[in-house]
Write a protein that binds this ligand. Sequence first.
Ligand SMILES: *Cc1c(COP(=O)(O)O)cnc(C)c1O
Length: 427
Amino acid sequence: MLYQRSSALFDEAQKYIPGGVNSPVRAFKSVGGVPVFMKSAKGAYLTDADDRNYVDYINSWGPAILGHTHPVVLEAIQKQAEHGFSYGTPTELETEIAKLIVDNVPNIDQIRMVSSGTEACMSAIRLARGFTGRDKIIKFDGCYHGHSDSFLIKAGSGAATFGNPNSPGVTKGTAQDTLIATYNDIENVADIFRHNQGEIAAVIVEPVAGNMGCVLPENNFLQNLKKVCQDNGALLIFDEVMTGFRLAFGGAQETFGVDADIVTFGKVIGGGMPVGAFAARQEIMDYLAPNGPVYQAGTLSGNPLAMRAGLTTLELIKSDKDFYNKINKTTETLDFEIGKILNEKGLKHRINRKGSMMSIFFETNKVSNFQEAYDSVYTCIFNNFFQQMLANGIYLPPSGYETWFISAAIQDAEIDKTLEAVRRFEF
Ligand SMILES: *Cc1c(COP(=O)(O)O)cnc(C)c1O
């Protein structure tokens, strides 16, 4: 049996940890089977508890953009650890990473560090509400902004624009302040603004969506969002937890030439350590405690080990002028070659790709919003594809609604392995 030790470890884990995991998608509920327990990672590869190796296409859901356990980052963390793990005081290191980011990301004057993407997005909307004096926010169906109450909201039925709780424990009151719109549908957004005049603090969006599979903004969607927000006195929040430092060093703002009012970060910014952040121009950041009235805090925010991992990762990316060209080219090759093989097999599919993010949707020609993603994932072809790729040593995200993250460690040998596995796919 391929996953013998994983299977035993999963049985044991389920006794002490709800569902055996500390984050639901890891449980393989949507693809079925037993989650594979990993014990180490290096470069492009994960090694599981049964000593099998996999080419890794999740890369810790994005952070490991350099590949796993990069020697320079490892050494930086080791050295930092000798000076202590956490002080709960300011450090010079925090200013160093803040300066690097503020100097290189458009439209931000200051940045506040937190410990997760969830915290970053939760704090960003609190700041937007405090700054505008308004309560409501617009989010898009299929976009994920972490698990705080305001975002665990699904579309209401019919013409009702306000959402319903997506999870028990989220109150109806909270749900009423979150309005749900359709991704890539600017008319829908304009309509929601018309029905809630003077009430909307912010629109939050994944500028390239990665949590309904990879879905790209189309027909100047982001530019139009900016305009609708401006016309209505609302802030535009780019949730760049995935896209930040991945599409470009300046993230989606740089890639698409659209100016956001608040930007959130996570994943790559921590280089594999638990880090998130939110940033904006001075006028907005002035609203934040201790200078302003909007409260936000964190015992481990700006933690030196995490800052060192993040700073070293960002510096390595920055020092390689060709970094993004290379990972984008790898991704393009995968897209093109996988597409060719699937076409030869006669399997109808669509590959969405931007930069080093991509995903495959089966049985469809086009996916530009959540409903279209749903219709594809519903066919379960992805699940079959996932299982066969896994058995052939290719670790894809264990859900059709997730994006593949290509790391700089993936080279020709790994691409060849991947294509060989796709060739063997039987559907
Ligand atoms: C992962 C993610 C989050 C949440 O980040 P966590 O660190 O998991 O809390 C928020 N927004 C986006 C776009 C994400 O991809």
